[in-house]
Design a protein around this ligand. Structure first.
Ligand code: 2PG
Ligand code: MG
Length: 441
C-alpha cells in the first residue's frame, strides 16, 4: 500500500465558542490525500505567568476576548508557512510554527493560533492513515496500542472553587481519584456515585449553590477544610473505602491567593506565610485520604515548593501546574531543586504538541510522573484524551463529572477502553507506586 499524501493542502480557521461562552480558535487542516483534521483550543482562568500567550483582541466586544487576530494569523502567515509541509512529521511542523512565531512564548502569533494548527495537523495525519489519533500518536512513540496501551487514572473534580467559582473557596479543585478501581469504566462508575452523594451531602447542609466552571458543585462552605470533610463524607456515603478505593486530590492553585511568600485565605479571613500553608496542608494530609496535591505553593515560591516536597514527596503526588507550565526546562530545573514530583501537561501552556511532548519526555527523564489536563474553558474537542493514551502518560484531569465539554472526554476514553479491550491496562493504583519519590521513601 502506498503511503497517503499527508502534506498540507490548505488550512481553515473559524471562531467557535467555548464552555464559558467565550470566543476561541478552531482550525482545520486539509491534506493532499483529502483527509482532514480539526481541533479547538481551550482557555484557562487560573494561569501561570510563564504560560505561552493566548492572543486576544482587546476592545469592547466579548470583554476583549475575541480571537480575530489569531484567526487571521492562521489564515495568513501560518497557512503560508505550513502549506506543503508533511503532517506525518509533527516535530518538523511544530518547529516551523515555533520558528515562525519567533518569540519565547508565542506572543506574536498567539499560542491559540499555533496550537489549533498543531493539533488539527495530528488529527489529519491520523485520519489519512485510517487510525484513531491515540493509535497514530502511539505509533510515533513506538508504543503498540494493540499490546501496550495504558488507560489513564482519572482525576475528577467534585467541588470547584477558586477562580472557577467566584473564589467561594480559596482552594480551587477538590477532586477524587479511584486507584482501587479495576478499569477506567469502573473509576467513572465510582466517581458518579461520589459526585451524586456529594451533591446530597451539600444539599443537606445548605451548602449547594449550583455548579462551577468545570461542572463541580459550587460550594457554599464556611471554610476550606469543611469542603474536604464533606468530600470525605460523600466518599463514605457512596460506600467506598477512603484512601484505598477512592482518594482525594487537590489543586490548591496557590498562585491565585499568594505571592512573595504570603497567602491570603479570603474565605477564612486569615493570612499564612509559606511554612504556615505547608503546615496546614500536611495537617490535611494526616486527616484526609489525600494522594495528590497540585500547586501547593505559588509559582514564585520555589524554595517552599521544595520544602513541601521534602516533607511529603515520598507519600504524596506533588504536581506543578502554574509552577511548571508544561515546560521541559522548568521540569528539569524543578527536579534539580527537588521541587514537585509530577507535572501537569496542558498543550496550550506551550502552544504546540511537540513542546508538550518534550515536557513529558523531560518528566520521564527526571523520574517525574505526569497528568494530561484540560483547561477550565473547554469545548467538545477530545484531543487530550488521545494524548493521554497515545503518549502513555497514565493520568488525565478533565474537570468534573457534569457538563458535556467534560463528559465528551470521559466518554471518549470509555470508547477507547472498550475498543482496546484486554490489550489495554488501566493505570490504577500503579500510578502512585510508580512515583519515584514515593518509591524512594
Ligand atoms: C488548573 C485548571 C484546571 P485553569 O488550574 O489546573 O482545573 O484550571 O484552566 O483555569 O488553569
Ligand atoms: Mg492547576
Amino acid at each position: 500500500m502506498t503511503a497517503p499524501d499527508t502534506r498540507i493542502h490548505h488550512l481553515v480557521a473559524r471562531r467557535v465558542w467555548d464552555s464559558r461562552g467565550r470566543p476561541t480558535v478552531e482550525a482545520e487542516v486539509h491534506l493532499h490525500s483529502g483527509a482532514t483534521g480539526r481541533a479547538i483550543v481551550p482557555a484557562g482562568a487560573s494561569r501561570g505567568t510563564r504560560e505561552a500567550l493566548e492572543l486576544r483582541d482587546g476592545g469592547a466586544a466579548f470583554g476583549g476576548l475575541d480571537v480575530q487576530q489569531a484567526l487571521a494569523h492562521v489564515r495568513g502567515e501560518i497557512a503560508a508557512a505550513v502549506t506543503g509541509l508533511d503532517t506525518a512529521d509533527q516535530a518538523a511542523l511544530d518547529a516551523r510554527l515555533v520558528a515562525l512565531d519567533g518569540t519565547p512564548n508565542k506572543q506574536r502569533l498567539g499560542a491559540n493560533a499555533t496550537l489549533a494548527v498543531s493539533m488539527a495537523a495530528a488529527h489529519a495525519a491520523a485520519a489519512a492513515h485510517g487510525l484513531p489519533l491515540y493509535a497514530w500518536l502511539g505509533r510515533q512513540q513506538g508504543i503498540d496500542m494493540q499490546a501496550n496501551a495504558l488507560l489513564p487514572l482519572p482525576q475528577i473534580q467534585i467541588f470547584g472553587g477558586g477562580a472557577h467559582a467566584g473564589r467561594r473557596t480559596d482552594i480551587q479543585d477538590f477532586m477524587v481519584q479511584c486507584p482501587g478501581a479495576a478499569s477506567f469504566a469502573e473509576a467513572l462508575e465510582w466517581t458518579a456515585e461520589v459526585y451524586r452523594h456529594a451533591g446530597l451531602v451539600m444539599q443537606e447542609r445548605g451548602a449547594l449553590a449550583g455548579v462551577a466552571d468545570e461542572g463541580g458543585w459550587w460550594p457554599a462552605f464556611g471554610g476550606n477544610e469543611e469542603a474536604l470533610e464533606a468530600l470525605l463524607r460523600a466518599i463514605e456515603r457512596a460506600g467506598f473505602v477512603p484512601g484505598e478505593q477512592v482518594s482525594i486530590a487537590l489543586d490548591i492553585a496557590a498562585s491565585e491567593f499568594g505571592r512573595g511568600g504570603r497567602y491570603r485565605l479570603g474565605l477564612e479571613g486569615r493570612e499564612l506565610d509559606s511554612d504556615g500553608l505547608i503546615e496546614m496542608l500536611l495537617r490535611w494530609c494526616e486527616r484526609y485520604p489525600i494522594t495528590s496535591i497540585e500547586d501547593p505553593l505559588a509559582e514564585d515560591d520555589a524554595a517552599a515548593f521544595a520544602r513541601f516536597t521534602q516533607a511529603a514527596g515520598t507519600r504524596l503526588q506533588i504536581v506543578g501546574d502554574d509552577f511548571l507550565v508544561s515546560d521541559a526546562a522548568l521540569v528539569r530545573e524543578a527536579a534539580a531543586a527537588g521541587a514537585a514530583n509530577t507535572v501537569l501537561l496542558k498543550p496550550n501552556q506551550r502552544g504546540t504538541l511537540s513542546e508538550t511532548l518534550a515536557c513529558w519526555r523531560a518528566a520521564r527523564e527526571v523520574g517525574y510522573a505526569a497528568i494530561v489536563s484540560a483547561r477550565s474553558g473547554e469545548s467538545e474537542d477530545t484531543t487530550i484524551v488521545d494524548l493521554a493514551i497515545g503518549w502513555g502518560v497514565g493520568q488525565l484531569k478533565v474537570g468534573s463529572f457534569a457538563r458535556s465539554e467534560r463528559m465528551a472526554k470521559w466518554n471518549e476514553a470509555l470508547r477507547i477502553e472498550e475498543r482496546l479491550g484486554t490489550s489495554a491496562r488501566f493505570a490504577g493504583a500503579a500510578v502512585f507506586g510508580r512515583n519515584p519519590a514515593r518509591a524512594r521513601g
